[in-house]
Design a protein around this ligand. Structure first.
Ligand SMILES: NC(=O)c1ccc[n+]([C@@H]2O[C@H](COP(=O)([O-])OP(=O)(O)OC[C@H]3O[C@@H](n4cnc5c(N)ncnc54)[C@H](O)[C@@H]3O)[C@@H](O)[C@H]2O)c1
Length: 257
């Protein structure tokens, strides 16, 4: 029970990786504030944690808006009186379109959610953790934070930004007891990949899926639980000397084919 009596905020908690993280942290004793967009299925996040007998609350928030981010940190302190871990995970894939044709508003939205949202999460949760004697932040980047991808310039730029933010935050916050790391998943079985397969393949989406899976050295996509396991490790005291690390969870795909 690495997170007994600890308090964890999970953003994007109603999504595939978020739900797996709720389950994983709850199974290890954490109390949870599940954050996602208004109208998303936050009840599903509550249901994932319920069987473990921990306290779990949900907070609708748009992570790209400072007022929403500061409100979710406030809610956490009101409900639990402390904050130990932030899993800064909310994200969107954006449109699949060449960079010369990419609409400005869409580009801005991807950067605002994926990069600004991660920065805001650290900006507002950092002081709460420091007041508590320290904590741990895990940001969700992507293998798209390490490699380029045609048609996904905004997403790729945002995830490279998350990698850079993580490295800088790790230097700034660790003297005050807050470790910051990032995870870089390759394709994982969630809604986001269904959307990308559809975007790249249209009615050939299944072919795109098989092609992407076959290009992975392990011949498959990852499972959300496999990402959550790494996140929980990095957030825990087992990772007490790990700071500013950028960890792939990708079956080895960034190493080549
Ligand atoms: N699935 C993959 O293959 C994959 C690979 C690498 C990285 N990632 C990253 O993992 C994270 C989780 O993605 P997922 O695969 O679970 O996809 P998902 O679409 O299932 O989940 C994303 C969640 O983020 C929420 N969200 C979107 N915009 C938000 C906002 N402005 N404020 C608050 N919440 C918001 C969505 O409502 C959704 O519940 C994302 O950051 C994504 O970029 C996913």
């Amino acid at each position: 029970m690495r997170f007994q009596d600890k308090v964890v905020i999970i953003t994007g908690a109603a999504g595939g990786i978020g739900l797996a993280a709720v389950r994983r942290f709850a199974s290890e004793g954490a109390h949870i504030l599940a954050v996602d967009l208004e109208g998303s299925d936050l009840d599903a996040a509550i249901a994932e944690a319920d069987p473990f007998g921990v306290k779990v609350f949900s907070q609708p928030a748009d992570c790209s808006q400072a007022s929403d981010v500061s409100a979710y940190v406030e809610r956490c302190l009101d409900e639990f009186g402390r904050l130990d871990v932030l899993f800064n995970n909310a994200g969107i894939e954006g449109r699949i379109i060449g960079l010369m044709d990419y609409p400005e508003d869409d580009f801005d939205q991807v950067i605002n959610v994926n990069l600004r949202g991660v920065w805001l999460g650290m900006k507002y949760s950092g002081p709460a953790m420091i007041a508590n004697g320290g904590g741990s932040i895990v940001n969700t980047a992507s293998t798209a934070g390490l490699l380029g991808a045609r048609g996904l310039s905004a997403y790729v730029a945002s995830k490279h930004g998350v990698v850079g933010l993580t490295k800088s935050a790790a230097l700034e916050l660790v003297p005050q007891g807050v470790r910051v790391n990032a995870v870089c998943p390759s394709p994982i079985e969630t809604r986001m990949m269904r959307s990308l397969e559809q975007g790249f393949g249209g009615d050939q989406a299944e072919m795109i899926r098989k092609d992407l899976a076959s290009r992975n050295p392990m011949g498959r996509y990852g499972e959300p639980d496999e990402v959550a396991a790494l996140v929980a490790f990095l957030a825990s005291d087992d990772a007490s000397y790990i700071n500013g690390g950028i960890y792939t969870v990708d079956g080895g795909s960034v190493n080549g084919r």
